[in-house]
Design a protein around this ligand. Structure first.
Ligand code: FHN
Length: 440
């Protein structure tokens, strides 16, 4: 037990000592953090060669198919020859995201399979050089994002099942890949930095780099200090996040939570992950898969997703919903439908989410609170009867009104809390929102 604790401490020290020590975010970066928190709602896109395999019939596999089905590099590479998403229309994607009420998009520039979805000069293993499609979809998407005024961030997998120098290997991408059991780890990191340089110099202003995959090789020297300084030098405003599932390391500008609210661990990904003071983000799938999976019909309802978003906002976290485009470049109709429902909700109630920060009462079983200026929004997601006792607010209440219709809410402040009366006919199936005005 002691040895395990010591090893974990050593690993954390190893990581953090090689991160960007003494990092002081620039004014542009701090401004971007505010913009990012105001945005509150984004779209994740997991798209790559794996979409052709459509999950191979297994639940939850999708972008992991190469590893889970032990497909050697030589065979997997053949997928590139079939990748021809003639139905890809960036305008359609961006319009969809905007209609959903989303303010930014994150797309996989390279996932664990190592395939660059953009025109990479430092690797021939990319969409332009290897596929019949032959075009840089990241460039097309970025141009459209700029046109429609939505920000774009790049997901970048540090883990690589294709690059020969990703050695020593971590927990995945083992012998089945057919790579020689040797390699130069630092050469791999140089390659990664070179790809990041491409991404941060060839595509204009980028919201940030969303890293993922360090967890594969926890003992390795990831040379984070060098990589993070490079990114902050190339684009000081760009935000860095990493899905390493630990407390943020120096140089990171935000913290990510995968398929769980901050501080929770129902999925088993966030064990012991502390919640930091940095901007937070919760990322969630619409079914159980990130990449396109034809056999995963376990869709979350718009209500479920909206309620999770509301709770996330109650923690002061952004909410990002994922879609895995199909191999033809279209978004699954089921996903479009859900996003449009979310968009309708955001159009009506977005004021209680966008530009808010976490409210004075942390999320509870019944719901959450958000705050903007002198207003506190009480979001009631789960109420069995007609009365709800909430902890007293830190300031004096001027008025409490129903967001829908604007009628006054009957309430009583006592030593035990504030009792709210919410008649059944005033309750909303997804979220009954109350607007509390506080006296200055
Ligand atoms: O392995 C990846 C997975 O494919 C997906 O990209 C998610 C997104 O947060 N992150 C990793 C698992 O933690």
């Amino acid at each position: 037990m002691r040895v395990i604790i010591l090893l974990s401490i050593f690993t954390i020290l190893l990581y953090s000592s090689s991160a960007q020590e003494g990092y002081q975010p620039t004014p542009e970066n701090l401004q971007r953090r505010e913009w990012y928190q105001d945005a509150r709602f984004g779209l994740y896109i997991h798209w790559g060669l794996y979409s052709i395999m459509a999950g191979g019939g297994d639940q939850g596999v999708a972008e992991w198919i190469m590893n889970n089905k032990k497909i050697p590099i030589k065979q997997y590479e053949k997928l590139a020859g079939f990748f021809n998403p003639t139905g890809f229309d960036p305008a359609e994607w961006v319009t969809m995201a905007k209609k959903a009420g989303m303010k930014y998009i994150i797309i996989t520039s390279k996932h664990h399979d190592g395939f660059a979805m953009y025109d990479s000069e430092v690797s021939g293993y990319n969409i332009v050089d290897q596929t019949p499609y032959g075009k840089d979809i990241i460039k097309k998407l970025k141009d459209e994002c700029d046109k429609q005024g939505i920000m774009l961030a790049f997901y970048y997998s540090q883990l690589d099942w294709h690059h020969p120098d990703y050695y020593p290997r971590g927990g995945t991408g083992q012998k089945y890949t057919g790579r020689p059991e040797s390699g130069d780890w630092y050469k791999y990191l140089d390659y990664m930095d070179a790809q990041l340089t491409e991404l941060l110099t060839n595509y204009g202003d980028i919201l940030g780099i969303w890293f993922d995959g360090m967890w594969d090789n926890r003992g390795a020297d990831w040379r984070l200090g060098k990589t993070y300084s490079l990114i902050h030098k190339l684009q000081p405003a760009s935000l860095i996040s990493s899905n390493h599932k630990r407390a943020p390391f120096p140089g990171e500008d935000m913290q990510k939570f995968e398929r769980d609210l901050p501080g929770e661990n129902t999925m088993g990904f966030s064990k012991g992950q502390p919640v930091s003071e940095l901007p937070l983000e919760v990322v969630e799938t619409m079914n159980g898969s990130w990449g396109f999976n034809i056999n995963d019909q376990d869709y979350k309802s718009p209500k479920q997703l909206i309620q999770t978003m509301v709770k996330a906002a109650g923690y002061g976290a952004n909410f990002v919903v994922n879609t895995g485009p199909m191999p033809n470049g279209k978004i699954q109709p089921e996903n479009v439908k859900t996003l449009m429902e979310m968009g309708k909700w955001m159009e009506k109630y977005g004021e209680t989410i966008y530009e808010t920060r976490k409210g004075p009462i942390g999320p509870k079983k019944w719901g959450a609170t958000t705050k903007k200026g002198d207003k506190v929004f009480v979001h009631i997601l789960d109420l069995e009867d007609e009365n709800l006792l909430i902890p007293n607010l830190p300031e004096k209440i001027k008025s409490i009104k129903f967001f829908d219709g604007g009628d006054n809410v009957n309430y009583k402040v006592s030593d035990y809390g504030t009792l709210l009366n919410i008649p059944k006919e005033k309750q909303n199936d997804i979220n009954t929102i109350l607007v509390v005005e506080l006296t200055k």
